[in-house]
Design a binder for this molecule. Structure first.
Ligand code: ACO
Length: 481
């Protein structure tokens, strides 16, 4: 684990400077979130104008707190932040989490430099400024003014946009995708994406990382950190400022310099990151990678009760570089034992519109046991003769009985009842989506990730070879008279 950030994510005590008595103010909300989230460390409100806040004794300054503080959350106006840094400097705190706006993003780069210089002088690192805070569910720490009902799970978000980060937190609850961490990056005056990526790479609680990035200050460091993450776990990147006008918007948002889109695409590919264009796809991928990230063999089976859904999924898979293959002959013969004659047993297998849930169960169960079938896309279109929830139950029964660990991804299309079936599948670890295309695209992401990982492995291997050659050349020169 990246030791230098350990105390940021596992602090023994947190102080909130600017913890307001007013429930509508940011400093109050952050304190309330920390307390209601169940954080087990000590919590100190700091406010020279208050005696007690939310049942806790308030301190006039960080330096007056009797115990050790690891993290100081700062929620006072920008012009007071430097005083807070000086005061916190002697306390032994290691991290300042500066929520305050009013720095580089509004032309006050001088104030931002002063913040980092003073913090560094006192041995502290700065997260922010201009952020909504951070969340780390393994520590039950919600030091943010985002939503309080965070669902624990395996997805980590790093967001340069505060509003988008907060929206993602809400979306994760609605979509049932649990998070390990949410880190608002803001102006990245000191701690940057690479630092956080290095921590999350080693974090066993994080299965997949979604990063919203407008720009980075040290491109080479980002490339190296992202590459090392991609070798361990998927990194999904929403790169903002893909167009010239978008890049200008990013510059005025967090003061980031965003390079050209083509350059970024190249960097992200080199880093093995999965670049996505929208939040929906980022979440679709997160759902998939929360469930699986082992790289499957090439043979994907599509089972559907609707021919059109099967064709749409086949197209989407092919557009993403995944081509359906012929099914093993013994599997086809087995399907023939229970499917009607008019069913299609070629891949995609069409078990027909009136197929009872038992057909799904039988087709899936044998496929999960079959060594030559490596991943399954199961599609369902609601009809009056079928029941979506029972179909979902049949899928889960097959998956749980065989326990093969093979990727099974579902695309269920239909009404409100189908939504319930999707939730049922998600709760039982089967990534499920409301259209065949989204399900197919998510499954294809596993293969895209495998290919990107090979790009990183080859690049690193190449760099190692060059390094070795240079070393040998150097040795040879050294022994020459
Ligand atoms: N130390 C500790 N507390 C202090 C100090 C001090 N030196 N000085 C004042 N306080 C107290 C105040 O008395 C007040 O408490 P009270 O309400 O009980 O009297 C409290 O600290 C807050 O101070 P205010 O001056 O009332 O500041 P306010 O809460 O209005 O604003 C804030 C502070 C939130 C940091 C604001 O300046 C700011 O930057 N807002 C923007 C934050 C933001 O958007 N960040 C980006 C997020 S990303 C996104 O887009 C969502």
């Amino acid at each position: 684990m990246a030791e230098h950030l350990r105390k940021l994510f596992y602090p023994r005590a947190v102080a909130v400077v600017g913890a307001s008595r007013d429930p509508s103010k940011i400093g109050h909300i952050v304190l309330r979130n920390i307390l209601s989230g169940g954080y087990q460390g000590r919590v100190y409100p700091v406010n020279p104008n208050a005696e007690e806040i939310l049942g806790l004794r308030a301190y006039p300054s960080v330096s007056s707190i009797p115990g050790q503080v690891d993290v100081v959350v700062v929620a006072v106006p920008a012009h007071k932040v430097l005083e807070v840094v000086e005061d916190a400097g002697g306390s032994g705190a290691e991290y300042l989490v500066v929520l305050s706006s009013g720095f580089k993003e509004v032309g006050r780069a001088d104030l931002e430099r002063g913040l980092v210089e003073r913090a560094r002088r006192h041995g502290m690192r700065v997260l922010g400024p201009n952020i909504f805070g951070y969340v780390y569910t393994p520590s039950r720490l919600n030091a943010s003014f985002g939503p309080s009902n965070v669902l624990p799970g395996g997805v980590a978000f790093i967001s340069q946009s505060g509003a988008l980060g907060i929206a993602l937190m809400g979306y994760s609850v609605v979509e049932g995708v649990g998070v390990s961490g949410v880190v608002s990056m803001g102006n990245k005056a000191d701690i940057d994406d690479a630092d956080i990526l290095e921590f999350l790479r080693e974090d066993p609680r994080t299965k997949v990382i979604i990063a919203y990035v407008e720009g980075v200050t040290d491109g080479r460091r980002f490339l190296e950190a992202a590459s090392s993450v991609s070798l361990r776990k998927p990194l999904v990147v929403l790169k903002a400022g893909r167009t010239e006008t978008g890049a200008k918007a990013a510059a005025s948002h967090t003061g980031s310099l965003s390079s050209g889109p083509a350059l970024w695409e190249g960097v992200l590919r080199q880093a093995g990151a999965l670049q996505v264009r929208d939040v929906e796809t980022a979440f679709d991928y997160a759902k998939l990678f929360s469930a699986f990230n082992a790289l499957p063999g090439p043979n994907v089976l599509v089972v559907t009760n609707g021919g059109g859904a099967g064709v749409q999924a086949t197209d989407t898979l092919a557009e993403n570089g995944v081509y359906l293959r012929e099914l093993p002959a013994d599997y086809v013969s087995y399907l023939r034992t229970f499917l009607p004659e008019f069913a299609s047993t070629r891949n995609p297998v069409d078990i027909t519109g009136g197929a009872p849930d038992e057909f799904y169960y039988l087709a899936l169960r044998r496929a999960l046991e079959h060594p030559e079938i490596h991943a399954i896309l199961v599609l369902y279109c609601q009809t009056m003769t079928t029941n979506p929830l029972r179909t979902a139950e049949a899928v889960v029964r097959a998956v749980e009985e065989v326990g093969s660990g093979k990727p099974v991804v579902a695309g269920f299309v239909g009404s409100e009842e189908v939504r319930r079936a999707i939730s049922y599948l998600l709760e039982r670890g089967v990534p499920a989506y409301p259209t065949p295309e989204r399900a197919a695209q998510a499954l294809a992401a596993l293969y895209r990730y495998a290919a990107l990982r090979r790009v990183v492995e080859r690049r690193l291997e190449y760099l190692r070879t060059i390094g070795e050659r240079t070393r040998l050349l150097g040795e040879r020169r050294a022994v020459q008279p």
